[in-house]
Design a protein around this ligand. Structure first.
Ligand code: ADP
Length: 182
């Protein structure tokens, strides 16, 4: 059963890699960022609540994201595996995920950290032009990453689940490494 958690800063390439891997292995790519952007675009109750946090580069409150993940992981297509991209993003989300998976009798293989230097991340995000990819918001997202998400590297390391991959190489080279983990 293929279950992977992708860690890494904004712009590290999680989305690109998760999409490619999910197609290859035929399991769902679950991106909280994509789900939230879609909710914002459709002005659903979730989207209306999440919008201002996303625009400022802050994390959307845990209760919203946790409810979203609980519901997504219970869908039939997620029972044979998944690639998680953008979740968990802080320690309480990570602790929730471990509990949920235990409850569901599921285990993940690895949490993969895609390592990319900050200056490269900024250049990549500026080139991508998403609504929240202005320089000011990018700086805020990196700050949030270093304060809240980077500690998850240690969270997974102590659980012997962490694998680190150099993300500052071609997308093909990163994908080859990821394939070898499945
Ligand atoms: P990136 O990895 O480039 O920052 P994402 O698409 O993963 O982009 O996330 C975009 C935004 O969506 C984040 O800045 C945040 O506001 C919100 N978001 C996504 N996932 C989460 C999460 N797990 N917890 C809280 N907020 C989230």
């Amino acid at each position: 059963m293929a279950r992977l958690i992708l860690l890494g800063a904004p712009g590290a390439g999680k989305g690109t890699q998760a999409k490619a891997l999910a197609t290859l292995v035929q399991i769902p790519h679950i991106s909280t960022g994509d789900i939230l952007r879609e909710a914002v675009a459709h002005q659903t109750a979730l989207g209306v609540k999440a919008k201002s946090y996303m625009e400022q580069g802050n994390l959307v409150p845990d209760d919203l994201v946790i409810a979203l993940i609980r519901e997504r992981l219970s869908q039939p297509d997620a029972q044979t595996g998944w690639i998680l991209d953008g979740f968990p993003r802080n320690e309480s989300q990570a602790a929730f995920l471990d509990e949920l998976l235990e409850e569901m009798d599921q285990v993940y293989r690895y949490a993969v950290n895609l390592e990319v230097p900050d200056d490269v991340l900024v250049q990549r995000m500026l080139g991508r032009g998403r609504a929240d990819d202005t320089e000011e918001v990018i700086r805020r997202r990196l700050q949030v990453y270093h304060h809240q998400t980077a500690p998850l590297i240690n969270f997974y390391q102590v659980r012997h689940k962490l694998v680190s991959i150099d993300g500052n190489v071609t997308p093909e080279a990163v994908l080859d490494k990821l394939k070898s983990l499945l």
